[in-house]
Design a protein. Structure first.
Length: 325
């Protein structure tokens, strides 16, 4: 999977902002990325501190771009643009204070076109990464929410990888039917970048009316709305997980479905189900989980776990940059 993403970046190199430029995990991942010529790290922080941290940890970051908010030459332009974007919700003084923080400053570097993507969260909370993105990058035209998906990867015994998409496992606590339509469309689009030909299962404890309840109705409604909004997307719902993945079960529970039995893009009814589901696949199914990948924004902005390691930073950097136009 990563070979395809790297090939895409080699054909069209990108720049990615790391909001925590002195973090050893960021520096190690940056050193690995700099061994190629297809993705340039943009490290936010004080020049001397970043170089000292890299030297202490033994990482070669020559070739990286280091940007210090205190000496950034376009700061006045950045302040004016951010005041405009916040439309009276933040004063100039508040904007200047916010831009001293790596999360806001890094997000504005993307907004001004000085980088193509951003990866943060090694020390920031998810909310501190998502909030500036919502306020400054904002959602794509036609989108009302930011959502997320995980790309789940497991090697086949015969070679190659099984790749699945699971959403939304991290952002929207109890999405509405309309939210689920947006989540499904964005997840399918994201999956294609990773080689997934989307076959969407709108998951439930019911399969085509076998159960009843408010959540069943929501998933059925979301399926109908998705079919109307994106008729070319293969989708089935509401559907139980066993019917979504097992051809034998599918023949019993929904034998006339084109998706049932071989779904690869799973839309959960709420964050409880989604978070539990992807972690079961990760821990018991031996899938590697990449994400959460934020969906619906005007530029790729992704969040790291504060417990991440350098390998996860490296992998998520490639994924995030590959999502850039």
């Amino acid at each position: 999977m990563f070979g395809k993403l790297i090939a895409k970046l080699k054909a069209d190199p990108k720049k990615i902002v790391f909001t925590e430029g002195t973090d050893p995990r960021i520096l190690e991942a940056s050193a690995r990325l700099l061994a190629g010529t297809w993705l340039t790290p943009v490290l936010v922080g004080k020049d001397a501190e970043i170089w000292a941290a890299a030297e202490e940890a033994g990482f070669n970051i020559r070739g990286a771009t280091i940007v210090d908010p205190e000496t950034y030459p376009r700061m006045e332009e950045m302040v004016a643009r951010m005041v405009e974007l916040r439309k009276g919700k933040m004063s100039e003084e508040q904007v200047r204070a916010a831009l001293k923080q790596g999360n806001y400053f890094g997000t504005m570097l993307v907004k001004l076109g000085e980088a193509d993507a951003l990866l943060g969260g090694a020390t920031y909370s998810t909310a501190d990464t998502v909030r500036p993105a919502l306020q400054l990058i904002k959602t794509k035209p036609g989108n009302k929410i930011v959502s997320s998906c995980f790309i789940m990867v497991r090697p086949y015994a015969t070679g190659g990888n099984e790749v699945l998409v699971m959403a939304d496992c991290a952002i929207n606590i109890k999405p509405s039917a309309d939210d689920l339509v947006e989540i499904a469309k964005e997840s399918a689009e994201c999956g294609r970048i990773f080689g997934v030909d989307p076959q969407i299962a709108m998951l439930s404890y019911s399969t085509l009316g076998s159960g009843a309840g408010e959540d069943v109705d929501k998933m059925r409604e979301a399926t109908e709305k998705l079919r109307a909004a994106a008729p070319s997307l293969p989708v089935e719902g509401e559907i139980q997980f066993d019917a979504a993945v097992s051809p034998n079960v599918a023949r019993t529970k929904c034998k006339n479905s084109a998706v049932a039995g071989h779904a690869n893009t799973f839309i959960f009814p709420d964050i409880n189900a989604g978070n539990i589901g992807y972690k079961i696949a990760q821990r018991l199914g031996n899938f590697d989980a990449y994400g959460p990948i934020l969906l619906g924004l005007n530029a790729p902005i992704n969040d790291l776990s504060r417990g991440c390691n350098a390998q996860e930073v490296y992998s998520m950097a490639i994924i995030t940059a590959a999502l850039a136009d």
